[in-house]
Design a protein. Sequence first.
Length: 514
Amino acid sequence: MKRLVIGVTGLLSTAGIVVLAAYLLIFSASADRAARAVPADAAVYLNIYLEPSAGQRMNLYGLIGRLPGFADPATLEEKIHDVAQRLIGQTGIDYAADLRPWLGDQVALAISPGEASDGGPQMLLLAAVAEPGASAAIDRIMTRDGITFAPETYRGVSVKVGASVSYGLLDDLLLVGSSASGVRSAIDAETGAAPSLADSAEFAGALRRVPADHLGSIYLDLRSLVGAGGMDQVGGYTTIAVALVAEAAGVRLVGEVPFAGSVPEAGEAFALARESSSLAEWMPDNAQAEAILFGLQQTMTALEQQIRGTTAMQDAAEALNQLRALAAIGLGINVDRDLLPLFDREAGIVLEDGGGQSMVQLLLRPSDPGAVSESLGRMRDALRDRGSRVTMSMFGGHEVTSIVVPEIGQVAYALADGVVVAAFERDAVIAVLRAHARGETLAGTDGYRDAFDLVGARSGHEVWVDVAGSIDALGEMLQFDEETRGILLQVGAFALSAPARDNHLEINAVLTVK
C-alpha cells in the first residue's frame, strides 16, 4: 500500500516498536475505538493502544530505560523522537511533520477476505486522529509520489479513491484501505449499515479470555483466514486471541485458544500438545530460530476430513487429490503410507547460523521409529528408480543418505535414535548429529533456558527466536544506522509455549530485553 501504510504498520512489525511505542504509550487506558469501524468478517485484527494504563506505562518505562542511551528520564522524550524520525524517515515520511502532530491513541490493522472482484483480501489500516489538522498532513503523505485520488462522498464521509489505495477521514479515525470498497465497508460498519467486528459475539468472547490491561491484542478468525467457507472450525479451533502485556522482564503475549474439535484426529493432535518437547536437545547451539509442533499428521487429517465434507471447499479437496497423484506418479511416493506418518508426533524446524550462511533443518520424532525406517527406505528406492542419484555415507555411527532429484533439487536425511534429521544439504544433517553427540545443543544455552524460564512453561508447541542474533546476522540487509542497530541488539529472545490445558491451548510468550 501507500507510504502511510508502510510507515505506520512498519511501527507494528519492526523491532523498532520496542523503542517508539515506549514514548507513544504514555498516559491512560483507552477503549477499542477502531473495532467499531472494522467489518465483522475480518479474519485478522491487530490493535495497539498508544495510551495504556499507568501500570503498563511504568513497566514499559522500565524496559526502555535498559536500552543504551535511554536511562536518563530527562532526555528520554527527545531521544525517542530522534529514533522515530530516523526509522520512519526511511519510508520517506517526516515523522515530526506528518505523523506526530495528529496521531492519536490507537493504531489498528484489519484484513478481511474480500471478493474476487475487489482483488481478494482487503487490508484496512485504522489510526486514531487527535488533531483537526490531520487532513492536510494525510493528503501530503498520500500524494507525495504523485498518485492522484478522485474524491467521493459515501454515507456523509469524504473518501479519496486511488488505483491502489483509498482513504477516508472520520472525525476521530483515519481509514486507509487497499481498495475503495474496503474503505466503504469500514464506513458501513462505523455507521451501523453493516455489522462491525465490535458487534461480533465471538470477537467479544475471545477478548474476554485475555488480560484486560494490555498494550494491544491480536485476533484471528481461523475459518475466515484460511477461506474455509462453511466450515465451523479449523482443525478443532475457531478463533485465536492474544494480548500484549508489558512486564518487568519483557513484553509478554498471553492468550487461550478454545478447542472444540469434533473430529477424532483433531482430538489426538490436541492431546499430544500436553507433552514436553524434546527436539531442542538435537538442535545446534548456534540456532537462530526454531519451531516445534505436535500431531501435524492428525491435524492435517482432521482438516482434510472437514474440507471433503464442506461443499464450498471441494476445489481444495480436488487439489489435495491431485497432489497425491503427482507424488505417486512423478516421485513414486505414497503420501498417506510413507510421508505423513513421519509427522504423527513431534516435528521441529530450525534455522542455524552456519558460519555466515543460514541452514534450515527439519527434525521429526515419529511414534514408531521402526515403521519410519521402512517408509524412508521405500521413498528412497522409489526416487532412485525414477532417476534420482542416491549416495550414502556414515557419520558418528549413523547412515546419512543424500538424494539429488533431477530438475527439483536435493535432500539429505538420517535416522538417529528415533529422530529423523532432514535438510537440503548433507552438511546441515551432520551439524545436527554432531551437536547432539557433543551435547552442544540449543536446549543447553542460557538464551534458550532463560527465555522459557520467563515464559513459565515449556511444553506443547513452542517457538524460540534469538532476536539480537538474527539482527546481527542480517547485518547490512536491515539498513539500520549504527545507533539504532545498537539499540535493537539489546532485544534478547522471543519464546512461545502453547501447551494443551483442559479444553484450550494456553498461549504464553515473552520478548526479553537484555
